[in-house]
Design a protein around this ligand. Structure first.
Ligand code: NAD
Ligand code: DAU
Length: 357
């Protein structure tokens, strides 16, 4: 791996991955192709924008001539595809953009890669696709975790579009021989996560004295992984993973959403003893559930542990504390996003008709 094309690198996980690559692999050339949708933010990479290792290109993975020219110009040997529409609630309100980016966009990106790769007849090339545990559907309490052989059973337009993109990536390997790997990861949290997602939304609303919207009974279960651990897992797969293989990644925890929210409110009570909103748990409000809401996700991560020696380094308590502290010390970053009209429009769309249980 020498010349890496990261797609969607101005988003949450992609920007963390770029920071991690610059820290751990100072000899790499890193090209970041990002469309800068509402979720893309160049500020996430401000501290590295002048670094000679790094270059940003504003553009769409669905622009095949652009992608082909980037692959050719920089003689890319590794593509890591983070670019996607990523928020389940937005996919319920407007699914088509999810099909455009996650399915068609991934397909066009693969076509550009196929053309470039087959003209080079190069060895050592890799296309790595970032996917999600949500493609496997929902587990009941007590059911065993998903593993690499679990059947795909996506339930939301988001997860269906990610499932379709996974199938395309696999098919390009099977049919054309493109050297691919896929990783399916659980819920990430940490620095630079857009404040539409549960953990940053709860922190942000606590700081503003706004209600903390809990969908349904709040007993849905997610497996949470600190984003730096996800980045390290991807790096292991790129450097040591087996071509054609899928790796599941997760944090091996099973808190309910309500437990996560109580951990955050507890941390804020401790870190902000003079807050007028303390105890922050008093802001909790049960609201109408997400349609088709998956009840539980859990991942069996023994393949990546045994074959690649990766395990999460952060547990939920340490990761949540680091995350809350990061948001407290980066309130300007949050304010710049939430002050945009598009953000308040989204909050109104998603929450104004949910009422309270
Ligand atoms: P994000 O929404 O924060 O960032 C997505 C990025 O992709 C943004 O910078 C956006 O501008 C860019 N983008 C969107 N459409 C594009 C296009 N057509 N061309 C180029 N760039 C485009 O998402 P995230 O949370 O960082 O997720 C990144 C990837 O990881 C996604 O593929 C997602 O499905 C997957 N994933 C996310 C999680 C999670 O918990 N966030 C967990 C597992 C997997
Ligand atoms: O599981 C991996 C997935 O995790 C990724 O593929 C997605 O890109 C990512 O967005 C995330 O999806 P979720 O739907 O699990 O994340 P979200 O933060 O939106 O919600 C987490 C849980 O919290 C979920 O059960 C819904 C609930 N929730 C969410 C919001 C925004 C609430 O109860 N209230 C809320 O206001």
């Amino acid at each position: 791996m020498n010349h890496v094309l990261i797609t969607g690198g101005a988003g949450f996980i992609g920007s963390n991955f770029i920071h991690r690559l610059i820290e751990l692999r100072p000899d790499l050339l890193i090209i970041n192709l990002d469309l800068l949708t509402y979720a893309g933010n160049k500020d996430n990479l401000k501290s590295v924008e002048d670094n000679s290792q790094y270059q940003f290109i504003h553009g769409d993975i669905a622009d095949q001539p652009l992608v082909e020219s980037i692959l050719e110009k920089y003689q890319i040997d590794t593509v890591v595809n983070f670019a996607a529409e990523s928020h389940v609630d937005r996919s319920i309100c407007g699914p088509i953009q999810f099909l455009n980016t996650n399915v068609v966009g991934t397909g066009i990106l693969l076509e550009a890669v196929r053309k470039f790769w087959s003209s080079k007849n190069t060895t050592g090339f890799r296309f790595h696709h970032i996917s999600t545990d949500e493609v496997f559907g929902s587990l009941n309490p007590g059911e065993p975790p998903f593993n690499e052989a679990s059947q795909y059973s996506p339930n939301s337009p988001y997860s269906a579009s990610k499932a379709a993109s996974d199938h395309l990536v696999r098919a390009y390997h099977h049919t054309y021989g493109i050297p691919i790997t896929i990783s399916n990861c659980t819920n990430n949290y940490g620095p630079y996560q857009f404040p539409e997602k549960l953990i940053p939304l709860i922190i942000m609303n606590c700081l503003r004295g706004k209600s903390l919207p809990v969908y349904g009974d709040g007993q849905q279960i997610r497996d949470w992984l600190y984003v730096e651990d996800h980045c390290d897992a991807i790096l292991q797969i790129l450097e040591h993973g087996k071509v054609g293989e899928t790796y599941l990644i997760g944090g091996e925890n099973q808190p309910s959403n309500l437990e996560i929210i109580h951990q955050i409110t507890g941390l804020l009570d401790e870190l902000l003893p003079d807050s007028p909103y303390s105890p922050h748990s008093s802001l909790i409000k049960f609201v109408q559930d997400r349609p088709g809401h998956d009840r539980r996700y859990a991942m069996e991560i023994s393949r990546i542990q045994n074959e690649l020696g990766w395990s999460p380094k952060h547990n939920l308590a340490s990761g949540l504390r680091a995350t809350v502290e990061w948001y407290l010390s980066h309130q300007d970053w949050v304010n710049a996003l939430v002050e945009k009209e598009s953000f308040s429009t989204w909050i109104n769309n998603n929450y104004s008709n949910r009422g309270g249980n």
